[in-house]
Design a protein around this ligand. Structure first.
Ligand SMILES: [Zn+2]
Length: 385
């Protein structure tokens, strides 16, 4: 990075000038062969005299964000037999170190957290309808894994009615995890960390959540967050589901008779309104990514940690962990995809076959041939020069 090498050169330079005091110098080059330094002579000489005072830190500030898809670590409803072994402690264990390695880590909490009670939602179509209630002790698993923001905008945060929502929020508050996505009450969340303010909001087509189909309202939320914070992170749960819906259609999607939003139009509109990164999920499969106005959009991060009642066969069982580096303004710098896979018996594990990377490459090439985003075979994300 230019400023980093400049700072490094400056340090070398001031030592050099201590040794050369009394001699006149007009310019020097970086010790590592870098560019000529645009440092004024007077500044350099002053630095030589007051060498104990370190130069100002001119390293450009970058931030690292991680996004993952759906999480439901196990449900005690309708029966405790749907819970994983060891109280769910091992579910995220294999990827914890990766999830913790960012300034802010974001995921979708696909369910409710409460030990018992609540009002299970009525299902019109029991074949396509599941109700998720995770034990309250599971809140600590998300905190331990490093999650800062969780989305409650999805089709399961209302599974246990008002009691489910209240207890879920209480558990997350206890764990110091911020959340958003509930219309009227919890539409946005803000975290300040190392002098940077991060704003978070989340959308879905489901009752009680911030509506992905009401783009003007979503834009207003993003605009407000953009005014209050430095980096605006948007989560959405939208689009049709399953292996036959891996492509982004650039149109409104309907599934089981429900309008699931136009995720393309939504994402672009929110970036126009001030969003800096968009982490999508909902289709339960991985979808393409693109750069729009130098902001990263992930259209679906798939099933990330979904125990028991989820289909994790084939493409449903692979997913990316997306890490993205932004500058202070939210402009995409680079990124990394870590591919994971799940089986019925365990949570996310690193995938040696790197299937989520090749799926992302194929889908992105097919759906967004115009994008400047490059996805390397090793998962590295960069911008086409
Ligand atoms: Zn869902």
């Amino acid at each position: 990075m230019i400023l980093k090498s400049l700072q490094k050169g400056f340090r070398h330079g001031s030592l050099f000038f201590v040794g050369m005091l009394g001699l006149s110098m007009v310019a020097f080059r970086c010790a590592d062969g870098g560019d000529e330094l645009p440092v004024k002579e007077s500044t350099v000489l002053q630095s030589a005299v007051t060498d104990t005072v370190p130069p100002p830190d001119t390293t450009p500030v970058t931030v690292e964000l991680i996004g993952v898809g759906d999480m439901m670590l196990g449900t005690n409803y309708p029966s405790a037999s749907y819970l994983p072994p060891e109280g769910g402690r091992t579910m995220l264990a294999d990827v914890e170190a990766i999830l913790q390695d960012a300034d802010i880590t974001v995921g979708n909490l696909e369910g409710t957290i409460l030990d018992s009670g609540g009002t299970p939602k009525r299902c019109n179509n029991p074949a396509a309808c599941y109700v998720f209630r995770s034990p309250e002790s599971y809140g600590q698993h998300f905190a331990k894994a490093g999650f800062d923001f969780l989305s409650l905008a999805n089709n399961h945060s209302g599974d246990m009615g008002a009691a489910g929502r209240t207890k879920t929020k209480e558990v997350l508050n206890e764990q110091g995890i911020k959340y958003a996505g509930l219309a009227g009450s919890d539409e946005m969340a803000i975290i300040e960390k190392d002098g940077i303010k991060y704003g978070f909001c989340a959308f879905a087509p489901n009752r009680g959540t911030c509506d992905i189909r009401n783009i003007p309202r979503a834009e207003a939320i993003v605009r407000e967050l953009a005014e209050q914070t430095d980096i605006v992170i948007v989560s959405f749960h939208g689009g049709a589901e399953g292996s036959s819906h891996q492509h982004v259609p650039r149109a409104t999607e309907t599934y089981y008779g429900e309008n699931r939003g136009d995720v393309y139009k939504f994402s672009h509109a929110l970036i126009d309104a001030g969003a800096d990164v968009i982490f999508g999920h909902g289709p339960h499969v991985t979808r393409a990514m693109e750069l729009y106005k130098d902001r990263l959009i992930c259209y679906s991060l798939g099933n990330f940690c979904t125990y028991g009642r989820f289909n994790v066969r084939g493409v449903n069982g692979i997913a990316p962990i997306v890490k993205v580096t932004l500058d202070q303004e939210g402009v995409f710098q680079e990124g990394m995809v870590t591919p994971i896979y799940q089986m019925k018996t365990h949570g996310p594990k690193l995938d040696d076959q790197k299937r989520a990377i090749s799926v992302l490459q194929e889908l992105t090439e097919a759906d967004f041939p115009e994008t400047t985003l490059v996805i390397g075979d090793d998962g590295r994300l960069s911008k086409k020069q």
